[in-house]
Ligand binder design. Sequence first.
Ligand code: GYE
Length: 342
Amino acid sequence: MVDRRMTRRTALKLSAAGAGLLVAGRYVPAAAQIPPLPKKDTYTVGFAQTGSNNPWRLGESKSMQDEAKRLGYTLVETNANEDTAKQIADVDSLIAQKVDILIFPPRESQALAPSVLKAKAAGIPVILIDRDVDHSIAKPGEDYITFIGSDFVDQGRRAAEWLVKATNGKAKIIELEGTTGADPAIERKKGFDEYLQGSFKGTPTPEGPYPDMEIIASQTGNFLRDTGREVMQTLLQAHPDVTAVYAHNDEMAIGAIAALQEAGRKPGEDVILVSIDGENAALDAIVDGTLGATVESSPFFGPIAFKTMQQYIDGEDIPDWVKVEDRFFDKSNAAEFQGKQF
Ligand code: GYE
């Protein structure tokens, strides 16, 4: 079977001299290619971060800073303070500053896709880390180098699989979603919800559907601890019959644990919680018994991002998706990793 993406990539690479390219008898101008990154002694890298108000974001920023420093590169950082419009403006400003390359997590998958196209038009190559853009607007291998990150659909499936076992296949679930429009929020929801309905990425699961696993409410908590707590307080009043919580990240799970305790409930006993990320506070909560399990989603992108950048400089073939493998933490191994995460 012919891999169409590889064919396109190889063709694009062959035309790297910049003359353009013949595709099915049609001339495609060289401008259709991802801008090249010439060999230099040092680079200025634009890093447009989405925010800084949770351990995951801080862990990611530090990882990028440490690796840039180790290589002797300049990292020009911006902070969107969880405001999508600000991140769009931040990318514009990094483009205006003519950074050599942009490496960043797009806060929302549709809203930031035009920014990727703008960078390309300005001759600046882009690597997306941790979140991806909508491929119907901007395509990896064509408009940007690659997406480096986790399989979010699979993270959702793994959370669901654990929860089914922990509740013997019977639960009334509140789902706390991540930032609306963010790639990990969309896909973590898909992976979880579909697994309970008996499918995974369009294929029926061998386990089949779980009709007694009922999602009684699903609302965004914006990936934030305080918002997770407030949303949980409200949802608890409308749904006192809740027996499980699926939070798209640990921060919201920790907020939900606080809300449950304030309401006199016993997280870990009468309400079972599962989440995603694997931050230190979540490992502590697992050891305490309030959180059941967390699927890892590592924020340590510095080494892999800069390695991929070097591969691009060297003209190596880079896949459209550089997949990050995630571990799983529950009471069998949480103590071993306490304090070692972020
Ligand atoms: O899970 C969350 C953060 O984009 C994968 O964003 C990342 C997610 C991560 O705010 O904690």
